[in-house]
Design a protein around this ligand. Structure first.
Ligand code: HEM
Length: 532
């Protein structure tokens, strides 16, 4: 710790201590239980919890920066972290991918099917990025739009069927929806929203969707199983199921990629899904050293699924749960839906090109949900082999080699200096400039200063699925709120105001499980009704 303290002192930022290193498995395991207990210790002894682990960053929001300033150093026995919540510094760091890399030790576990665009740095990243970004084109967005509408219709039907008892566990539904959008728009495999276990393909024991769902649901176990060879007797039944799902999913990828490659050679047209475009982009370079190996293709196909699933699904779940607390916001969104789909120059539901750009309030709802309940709480950057300089609040600092430099997104999203004194209040209309109730076509989105609002990161490593997620979110919201409304099931003797308070308790009681999610969504059941 003393060595790390000396290293931190050279930086010149405020210093705090934590007994747990950034990647500490012990704290990852016990922190969620021990953290809240430690925080009650007297004399500020448990203060370290606030800067130990991403769940705690989220709960703290901007407060540690109010206390220590735009950046602080956390010294632990294993490393030094410089936590940064300064918009201009974040913008600069995100633009400099060579100076602020992804920590190899942190991302390597995500290579369970192969190296991919999310895990590599340097020249390798450039090659992966060049080939993995073309699939996210407008043809694909149009596909995402249509599939999201279809899935949302199915989801809404199930919700209406739940009647007055209400829908329990809204995130389970949005997870299914996001999975189905990915299987279709990502890989050309469509499923009905309420399909039970799907038929496995020939030679398989699980369907593609069910294999993928099992791997995503059990990511930690999947990582362990793929990184250590454990004898079969040491595996529990559920671990064996995960192992089967991993093998099945891999086999599906092998088959899909092989088939796509043979289609390329038969000169069959490219399809709109991510896999088809990725395989073709890579094949176009095959033979040269610039293509992707099969392992790299599998790695990227998996990372599309991993990065695109929980993120979008939980953002939708938070937005819908919060909307249940705000009937006035539902009216506000519906005003826009009536304007776009029912007004004088009405747009057809399926017309992605015309509808999506006009649904500014729907996208504002996504922005506001991401601001307060975004799935990614920090963007974890790392200074590699050589020290580097960064300007924080106008003053230059040198960050030593091998130092973590997480960008505190949860703090940037809530600092009153950027968002005003109501920064912790959920208010989607803060994103709309020129509000004019009589002419919605003049509404524009508010643009925060560079680096302040970076839920998808920014710069060269910005999330390539940003548009995919936006299109999916907006399509779903436009479908479910067009002719329906949602509210909480009231408990006995409860008023709507009490239920609203309960909703806020549930969304605030969140934690990080790779992404941010509610701990107990089952504490608010939601009733869906048609508007008559
Ligand atoms: C609301 C939804 C989403 C959010 C908030 C989000 C956020 C992010 C963030 C913050 C990063 C940078 C992470 C880092 O640097 O450590 C990232 C990277 C990435 N995201 Fe997303 N994402 C979302 C949806 C998606 C979707 C739908 C896909 C694909 C279908 C996707 C694919 C990726 C990939 C492949 C990367 C790695 C890019 C690179 O390192 O060059 N994401 N995302």
């Amino acid at each position: 710790t003393y060595k790390n303290y000396q290293k931190a002192r050279t930086i010149g930022l405020p210093i705090v201590f934590s007994p747990f290193t950034t990647l500490s498995p012990i704290w990852a395991l016990f922190g969620p239980r021990l953290g809240p207990i430690c925080m009650r210790l007297p004399f500020g002894l448990g203060d370290f919890v606030r800067h130990s682990g991403f769940s705690f960053f989220w709960h703290d929001r901007y407060r540690m920066h109010e206390q220590y300033g735009p950046a602080l150093c956390v010294v632990t026995p294993g490393d030094v972290q410089v936590i940064i919540a300064d918009g201009a510094a974040a913008d600069d760091m995100l633009a400099r991918r060579r100076d602020f890399i992804k920590c190899p030790a942190m991302y390597q576990p995500l290579e369970l099917f192969g190296p991919n665009v999310d895990t590599v740095n340097g020249e390798a990243w450039q090659r992966h990025r060049r080939l993995t970004t073309p699939p996210f084109n407008e043809r694909n967005s149009s596909f995402v739009w249509k599939e999201s509408l279809t899935q949302a219709s199915g989801m809404l039907k199930t919700w209406i069927k739940a009647g007055k008892e209400g829908v329990v566990q809204t995130p389970n539904y949005t997870l299914t929806l996001a999975l189905h959008v990915l299987t279709a728009a990502g890989f050309g495999k469509s499923y009905d929203f309420d399909a039970g276990l799907a038929m496995p393909a020939d030679g398989h024991t699980l369907s593609y969707r069910d294999a993928l769902r099992e791997v995503l649901k059990n990511l930690f176990v999947s990582i362990i199983i793929t990184s250590v060879t454990l004898p079969s007797v040491m595996l529990s039944k559920s671990m064996k199921d995960v192992k089967t799902a991993i093998a099945e999913f891999k086999q599906y990828m092998v088959e899909m990629v092989e088939e796509e490659k043979s289609l390329v050679h038969e000169k069959e047209a490219e399809k709109d899904n991510l896999m088809s475009v990725l395989v073709r982009a890579s094949e176009a370079e095959a033979g040269g050293r610039n293509g992707l190996t099969n392992e790299e293709i599998y790695g990227n196909l998996f990372i599309y699924n991993l990065a695109g699933h929980d993120t979008t699904a939980h953002t939708l779940a938070y937005a819908i749960t919060l909307m249940a607390a705000h009937p006035n916001l539902q009216t506000w969104i519906r005003e826009e839906l009536d304007f776009v789909f029912g007004g004088e120059d009405a747009v057809g539901d399926e017309d992605y090109e015309k509808a999506f750009p006009r649904l500014k309030r729907c996208l504002a709802l996504m922005y506001e949900t991401l601001r307060l309940y975004g799935p990614i709480v920090v963007v974890p950057k790392y200074v590699g082999d050589a020290p580097t300089k960064v300007k924080i609040a106008g003053k230059e600092y040198t960050i030593p080699a091998e130092t973590h430099a997480p960008i505190n997104v949860a703090a940037l999203n809530t600092l009153p200096m950027y968002w005003g004194h109501d920064s912790l209040i959920f208010r989607p209309d803060r994103w709309i400039d020129n509000p004019n109730p009589t002419d919605l076509s003049t509404e524009e989105h508010f643009q925060p200063a560079p680096g302040v609002f970076v839920p998808w990161a920014a710069g060269p490593r910005i999330c390539p699925g940003k548009k995919f997620a936006q299109v999916e979110f907006v399509a779903v919201i436009s479908k479910i709120f067009r002719k329906h409304k949602v509210g909480p099931v009231l408990l006995q003797g409860e008023t709507f105001e009490d239920a609203k308070k309960r909703i806020y308790e549930v969304v605030e009681d969140s934690h990080m499980v790779i992404t941010l999610q509610m701990k107990h969504p089952e504490k608010v059941n939601l009733v869906w009704e048609e508007i008559v």
